[in-house]
Design a protein around this ligand. Structure first.
Ligand code: BV8
Length: 336
C-alpha cells in the first residue's frame, strides 16, 4: 500500500489547491487493457515506429499506417475507462481549476465524462476518433467511431497484415520486423535478460535514432515484406477535397502539436500560478509534453508522480510525492 504520511500530506495540499495540472500518458489506460508504447511488448516494441507514426511512413505505405491505427481504434472502442479515469473526472468536477494535459489518443477520459468541459482537457497528441484530410484541405471528421472504416481495415486482415504480410487462416503471422528505439531495446534486454528478450521482442534491429526536432524523419527502406499491399483507393478518402486520403488526427513524430492546444498550454504556464502538478503513467520521453512538469514547477507547483515504475519518475525531486503502482488503484485512493 501507499505510505499514509505521503498520502495525507498530498491530500492536505490537494484540498488547498485550485489550479491543478495533470500530465497524462498511456499508463493511465493500461488497466483498461490498452498497451502502452515503451513497456515490454508495448506498441513501439512490436511495430516499426518510423513506418507507422511519421508523415514519411504514411506517404510510404498509408495502408500499413491505417491498419495500425484501425487496430488501435478497435481496441479503444472495446475498452472502457478504468477507476483512474473516473477519479480524474471527479476531481475535475470538484475543482474548476483542474486541467488534464493528455498525450493519450484513446478517448477514454472523454468517455469517463471529462469532455463535457473542454477547457479541462487538452489533447496534446490528437485523437484516434477524429479523422483529417491527409492533404490538409481543412476537412475534419470529429468523433468518428465507425469500425471498420472500410473493408481492408476489417479485423481479420488488419492483424495479419500489420505484421507485413497476409498469412493463411490459423498460421502464425511472421515476426514483425521491429525497429526499436535503442533505449527501449536496451531497457527491455536489461529487464528480461538476453534469451527472454529475444523471444519477447521479435527481430529487433538497432533503431535509427529520431532525427532532430522538426527535421524529416528518415524512413529506412525496411524489408519489402513490410508493405501492406493495400491500394490507396481501398483506404478512407477525404470527402472535402476528393483528392487525398483521410488520416487519423494524431500527432506523428516530427509533427507539431495542435496550434490551439499549444497556445492554451503556453497561456496556462504564462498567466498564473500552478498549485499542483500530477504526472500520471508517462515515461516522460516525448517532447514537448515531457517538459510540462518542469514548466508547472516553475509556476510554483508541487509535483506528484503516479507510475508503475520508479525509473520513469526520473525527474522527481526529493520534495515530490512519488506513488508507485497501478494508476487505477492509486488515483482513486489519493484523489477521492
Ligand atoms: C514536435 C503518435 C516539433 C500518436 C507519438 C525536443 C523538443 C521537441 C521535440 C523533440 C525534441 N527532441 C526530439 C524531438 C522529436 C520528438 C521526440 O520527443 N522524440 C523523443 C522520443 C526523443 N517529438 C516530436 O516529434 C513531437 N513533435 O515536437 O514537433 C515541431 C515544431 C514545429 C514544426 C514541426 C515540428 C511529436 C510528439 C508526438 C509523437 N507521437 N505517437 C499515437 O500513435 O498515439 S509518440 C507516443 O509517445 C504517443 O504519442 C504517446 O502519447 C507518447 C508518450 O508515451 P507515454 O504515454 O509516456 O507512454 P510510454 O509507453 O512511453 O510510458 C508509459 C508509462 O506508464 C511508463 O512510465 C510505465 O511505467 C507507466 N505505466 C504502465 N502501466 C501503468 C503505468 N503507470 C501507472 N499505472 C499503470 N498501470
Amino acid at each position: 500500500g501507499l505510505d499514509p504520511v505521503q498520502v495525507s500530506s498530498f491530500r492536505t495540499h490537494l484540498s488547498q489547491s485550485t489550479r491543478i495540472v495533470t500530465i497524462i500518458g498511456a499508463g493511465l489506460s493500461a488497466s483498461s487493457g490498452l498497451p502502452t508504447f515503451r513497456d515490454i511488448n508495448g506498441l513501439w516494441c512490436n511495430h516499426d515506429v518510423f513506418l507507422i507514426a511519421s508523415p514519411a511512413g504514411f506517404r510510404r505505405d498509408p495502408g500499413l499506417v491505417w491498419q495500425f491505427y484501425s487496430e488501435r481504434r478497435r481496441a479503444a472502442l472495446r475498452a472502457g475507462p478504468n477507476p483512474a479515469h473516473y477519479a480524474l473526472v471527479n476531481l475535475a468536477k470538484a475543482k474548476p481549476g483542474f486541467v488534464a494535459l493528455s498525450q493519450n489518443v484513446d478517448g477514454l477520459l472523454q468517455r469517463a465524462g471529462l469532455d463535457e468541459n473542454p477547457k479541462q482537457l487538452k489533447l496534446l497528441h490528437g485523437n484516434l476518433f477524429d479523422l483529417a484530410c491527409a492533404g490538409n484541405c481543412g476537412y475534419v471528421d470529429y468523433d468518428n467511431f465507425v469500425d471498420p472504416l472500410c473493408e481492408v481495415l476489417s479485423e481479420g486482415r488488419v492483424r495479419a497484415s500489420v505484421m507485413g504480410a497476409d498469412v493463411a487462416e490459423g498460421e502464425k503471422p511472421p515476426k514483425a520486423s521491429a525497429l526499436l528505439f535503442e533505449g527501449i531495446a536496451k531497457k527491455n534486454k536489461k529487464i528480461l535478460g538476453e534469451e527472454k528478450f529475444a523471444e519477447a521482442a521479435p527481430t529487433a534491429r538497432d533503431a535509427a535514432p529520431l532525427t532532430e526536432l522538426g527535421q524529416e524523419v528518415r524512413v529506412p527502406e525496411a524489408a519489402p515484406e513490410l508493405y501492406s499491399g493495400i491500394e490507396k483507393a481501398e483506404l478512407p478518402q477525404c470527402p472535402g477535397c476528393g483528392e487525398n486520403l483521410l488520416r487519423p488526427r494524431v500527432v506523428w513524430f516530427g509533427e507539431a502539436l495542435p496550434e490551439d492546444v499549444m497556445e492554451d498550454v503556453d497561456a496556462l504556464f504564462k498567466e498564473e500560478k500552478v498549485d499542483l502538478a500530477i504526472v500520471v503513467g508517462t515515461s516522460s520521453q516525448v517532447w514537448p509534453a515531457a517538459g510540462f512538469c518542469e514548466e508547472a514547477r516553475g509556476r510554483g507547483a508541487k509535483v506528484a508522480w503516479v507510475n508503475m515504475s520508479e525509473k520513469d519518475c526520473k525527474n522527481a525531486k526529493k520534495e515530490d510525492w512519488v506513488f508507485l503502482g497501478d494508476a487505477a488503484v492509486i488515483l482513486p485512493e489519493i484523489l477521492n
